[in-house]
Design a protein around this ligand. Structure first.
Ligand SMILES: [Mn+2]
Length: 232
């Protein structure tokens, strides 16, 4: 089930050997919420032999993007994909207070996809209308709605995608995590007063912490209620 993207994206695809790690946790959009990230890690208690993979959007919107980058960058057992908010910083469209030049270079070095076994971690999602191998960086970072021109109109990609990979993603803010056979959505809107959510890959369980406070408000139309599926 190995996926190869076309170059140059393949150079930004990191493969992980799950045999190298006791467990693997996948964590949703952090957006500078350092206190909640610390609380979540306090619950997960990952050891040196456990890998923590972030779905991207470590930075922006929340109170301490620099602290989140320091923590992840300084941890040999942590890995992140580059989200669309990292991309905005790299393109110079947005600046983040507290981020040193070396931190920005680290963001630039992050892969766009991480995979192992049947798992694929990307920030946004995959478009079921085209082969996985033909996706671009932008596709993987920003795919959400499949409706023409509708960023929060149904159907969403994860309601149509049926494999072969099981895709772990953020980007689309959910009232609760999405769990489907081929898609696991982890952005439960921590920075909007929701929760920061992780998925324990070996146990198949979610672990979350509630946000301390709402840092940013968000329209209800931009918070998705996942539909029930057989897998739920
Ligand atoms: Mn996000």
């Amino acid at each position: 089930m190995t996926v190869r993207f076309t170059e140059p994206l393949e150079a930004q695809h990191r493969r992980v050997d799950p045999d190298d790690w006791d467990d693997i946790y996948v964590v949703g959009d952090v957006h500078g919420c350092l206190a909640e990230l610390r609380a979540l890690l306090g619950k997960l208690r990952p050891g040196d032999d456990d890998l923590v993979v972030f779905v991207g959007d470590l930075v922006r919107k929340g109170p301490n993007s620099g602290g989140v980058v320091d923590l992840v960058r300084g941890s040999p057992n942590m890995l992140a994909v580059r989200g669309n908010n990292e991309e905005k910083v790299l393109r110079g469209e947005k600046t983040v207070p507290g981020l040193a030049e070396a931190d920005v270079e680290w963001l630039r070095s992050l892969p766009v996809a991480v995979s192992w076994d049947d798992a694929l971690v990307v920030h946004g999602g995959v478009d079921p209308r085209k082969p996985l191998a033909e996706h671009t960086v932008d596709d993987l970072q920003t795919t959400r709605s499949l409706a023409p021109g509708g960023s929060y109109d149904r159907p969403f990609w994860f309601e149509r995608y049926d494999g072969p990979k099981r895709v772990f993603f953020g980007h689309t803010v959910m009232e609760r995590p999405v769990v489907r056979e081929h898609a696991v959505g982890l952005d439960t809107g921590c920075v909007y007063g929701g929760a920061l959510t992780a998925y324990d890959w070996r146990c198949g369980e979610f672990v979350g912490v509630e946000a301390d406070r709402t840092v940013q408000s968000r329209k209800d139309s931009k918070i998705v209620t996942p539909r029930r599926t057989a897998a739920n």
